[in-house]
Design a protein around this ligand. Sequence first.
Ligand code: SF4
Ligand code: SF4
Length: 393
Amino acid sequence: MEKPKPKLGDQMVISRSKFGTLFTSLQKAGYSIIGPTVSNEAIVYQELSSCEELPQGWTDRREPGTYRLEKRDDQALFGFNVGPHSPKKYLFPPEHVFWTAQRKESGYEVYEDKSELPRYAFVGLRACEVNAVLLQDKVFTSGEHVDQHYQKLRDASLIVAANCTQADGTCFCVSMGTGPKAEKGFDLALTEVLDGEQHYFVVEVGSKRGAAVLGGVSFRRAKPKELKLAEEACDRAAGQMGRTLETDGLKDILQSNPDSVHWDKVAKRCLSCGNCTMVCPTCFCTTVVDRTDLKGTSCERIRRWDSCFTNEFSYINGGSVRQSTKSRYRQWMMHKLANWIDQFGTMGCVGCGRCITWCPVGIDITQEAAAIREREGDQASIGKVKEDEHAVT
Ligand code: SF4
Ligand code: SF4
């Protein structure tokens, strides 16, 4: 029988035993496959050579300040939520060298790296992560000054999303409208189904590029029962959210309460370590440094991830603007949940929960936002810090 030609919106089935053909097809098309794998007791993104390197049979347990891997009682490939990495690591790397310079007799010669950039195929991105990429697209490519490096990597990349079929303690994508099922921004979207002895992936075609990749994959058309089971699996995840964030009116509440007593309260716990910004898939603050060798014969100019939680980040003209932890936490949360809307027309949070999981003291953006909402008008200058039920132990 002739293989069906997939079109936009079509839904196919790839059996577990043929799943490797997706990897082969991506490799033949020249992509470097980036996907989840187990390393150092976490599920991280790395370059993969085969689908056997996926975290088969593993799941993650995430709570405020806690992350643990556990064995599942099945062989699911995508039976976890999110680890500390995100596609940001590849599209907007922690360090990017703008140029290098070498000292010659006639002076310094400057070189720009013109080597060909990799074509990434991201396999297994969660819906929240796909939305984070779309947010970073806005930041880096929609304004007057386009980030050329990001744009080139992004134009060449392909996204194979993996819809979530479970959620955990720090997920709140439903509140943000970003998951658990990918609705946009993908080339292919998989939903993994384990049904008794049956193990397969329902794959939805999201772009012509995705359809072209399927040309090299062993698949068949999905049956109604398979589509139903895939839909139910995503619905199940939607009902398992560990947290919620009430977004209605939140922008105005935050922007009109810069002196809420609650900022002092959260500042007593925050270590200003910046972990939350490093793991966040949408945070984009950077600094530029020049690195020289000891002899002064070569140097390079680097863009490096920075964080609004460092004292130096707001250093201008002899001093830091945000010297207190209170001012830094307030800046971060107000930017994410309020000021992003003024800049980019949307909140800067996709509800992935990483900042809660990887905060060493378990500070929870959803609880802090709820506390500011509850104490609206309770200003530090006129109010008194009360004990409250939002403290996280
Ligand atoms: S602010 Fe926290 S929950 Fe929101 S996208 Fe960033 S890491 Fe995820
Ligand atoms: S909120 Fe948590 S992760 Fe973020 S800077 Fe404070 S202590 Fe570190």
